[in-house]
Design a binder for this molecule. Structure first.
Ligand SMILES: Cc1ncc(COP(=O)(O)O)c(C=O)c1O
Length: 432
């Protein structure tokens, strides 16, 4: 097979112009604000820019638990690419069956049927449609929760800013405070047996919100006693991110539907899944054309799922995520509070989803920009501008961890000088 030499990347200015004229002016401006770097390569925990800067990748909104281009995932995908990347969708195809079986083997007990899709939002849409087949047309989600931006998923995503321009959304949708079992019970009573509850084990985009102890078990019990469909959205938290295969495992939950995405494709392919009990899946089981999409279960994505599940198990990335998460959480907390004092409201996390919440808007965004200067890419939180979020991969080496903490320390010092003059001796807070 011929190898193709990649064409040189056009200049930053040219790519900026193309973003502005062909993609989105807003996205171009945001890119500039964040330093204007072009990413051109990635390997493991690192991403390389067009100017050959190497940045430690703690971003990707939770996709890259096993880092970029994990060799096991790449091997599976490359083999499939040269064999049969896209299926006829007429014949049966082995990769989809094997990927579904491998996923079920890792899923909580009782979840035995799989529907594959491409994006997280599509998995959420699928869950909403499964709920409809069961007569559950009342949707209940949590405030601040994030479930994607297609029309159905957006109806559940608890942020007015994203919803307002697109109203009317799905009717019969209610939002309750996350962590408030009583409020949920009230909605369940009102829905009288027609509810579908969609909830995250840890709210990611809301800014790494951990539920109160026992809350998710209460949600499950309430769903059972009010005959509601219980959907656990693990698109961000699943596949080891929390230091367990699923948040469901940590809480001892057995949802009717579990949603996976992001890390499911091993950081190489876009793929999501709904893993369902046979009872919940009955309508889809019977009619294979009831809910379809062209690229659902495409062999290339299925190979990525198999590679991702294999790599997770072979390298015990779940345990690594748990141990690394504890180490990083302590260190980040110490550094952030040392520099920002009371301006840090809380540093929290579980496994490798870590959030630094500030008491006022400003520092989270400024720290994100500063971190890029210092060599680390982090995430902002789509549903909270107070929280800087880090989603590092579980494959960080000791020297990667050292690099991350040194960069975080430097970035905090630089920004705290603007925000906390008494601690850092910088410009007056009032001048901002
Ligand atoms: C919990 C959760 N559900 C659903 C989604 C939507 O996934 P996607 O952006 O792939 O549509 C996300 C994305 O951040 C998410 O965090």
């Amino acid at each position: 097979m011929k190898t193709v030499t990649p064409a040189p990347t056009p200049s930053r200015t040219e790519i900026g112009r193309l973003y502005r004229t062909r993609l989105s002016k807003g996205r171009a401006t945001l890119g500039e604000l964040l330093g204007g770097e072009l990413e051109t390569e990635s390997q493991g925990a690192w991403v390389t820019t067009a100017t050959d800067r190497r940045l430690l990748n703690c971003s990707g909104y939770g996709v890259l638990l096993m880092g970029a281009r994990h060799p096991t995932v790449v091997r599976h995908v490359a083999e499939q690419l040269h064999r049969n990347p896209v299926a006829t969708r007429v014949l049966l195809e082995p990769q989809a069956a094997l990927a579904a079986d491998a996923l079920v083997a890792r899923a909580p007990a009782g979840l035995e049927r799989v529907h594959f899709a491409c994006s997280g939002a599509e998995a959420v849409e699928t869950a909403i449609k499964i709920a409809r087949t069961l007569g559950k047309d009342r949707l209940i989600a949590a405030r601040g929760g994030y479930h994607g931006k297609t029309m159905g998923a957006l109806s559940l995503t608890g942020k007015a800013l994203f919803q307002e321009p697109f109203r009317p959304l799905l009717p019969g949708t209610a939002h309750v405070p996350y962590g408030d079992a009583e409020a949920l019970e009230q909605e369940l009573v009102a829905a009288s047996g027609r509810a579908c509850v969609v909830i995250e084990p840890v709210q990611g985009e809301a800014g790494v919100i951990l539920p109160p102890p026992g809350y998710l078990r209460q949600v499950q019990e309430l769903c059972r006693s009010h005959d509601a469909l219980f959907v656990l959205d693990e698109i961000q938290t699943g596949m080891g991110r929390l230091g367990a295969w699923w948040g469901a495992d940590q809480e001892g939950l057995t949802p009717d539907l579990l949603l996976a995405g992001k890390g499911l494709g091993g950081g190489v392919m876009p793929v999501s899944a709904v893993v369902a009990t046979p009872k919940a899946f009955a309508a889809f089981d019977k009619d294979p054309y009831l809910h379809t999409s062209t690229f659902s279960g495409m062999p290339l994505a299925m190979a990525a799922v198999r590679g991702a599940l294999a790599a997770m198990a072979e390298e015990d990335l779940v345990t690594r995520a748990r141990i690394l998460g504890t180490e990083l959480l302590d260190a980040l907390r110490r550094i952030a509070t040392r520099h920002f004092g009371d301006l840090v409201r809380e540093v929290r996390g579980r496994g490798l989803i870590l959030g630094i919440e500030f008491a006022e808007p400003g520092p989270a965004g400024d720290l994100l920009v500063e971190l890029i200067q210092q060599g680390v890419v982090a995430n902002h939180s789509l549903n909270s501008h107070l929280v800087l979020r880090l989603t590092p991969p579980a494959i960080l080496s000791t020297s990667d961890v050292r690099f991350l903490l040194t960069a975080f320390d430097r970035a905090c010092r630089a920004q705290a000088a603007r925000y906390v003059p008494t601690l850092e001796g910088g410009a007056a807070h009032a001048q901002r």
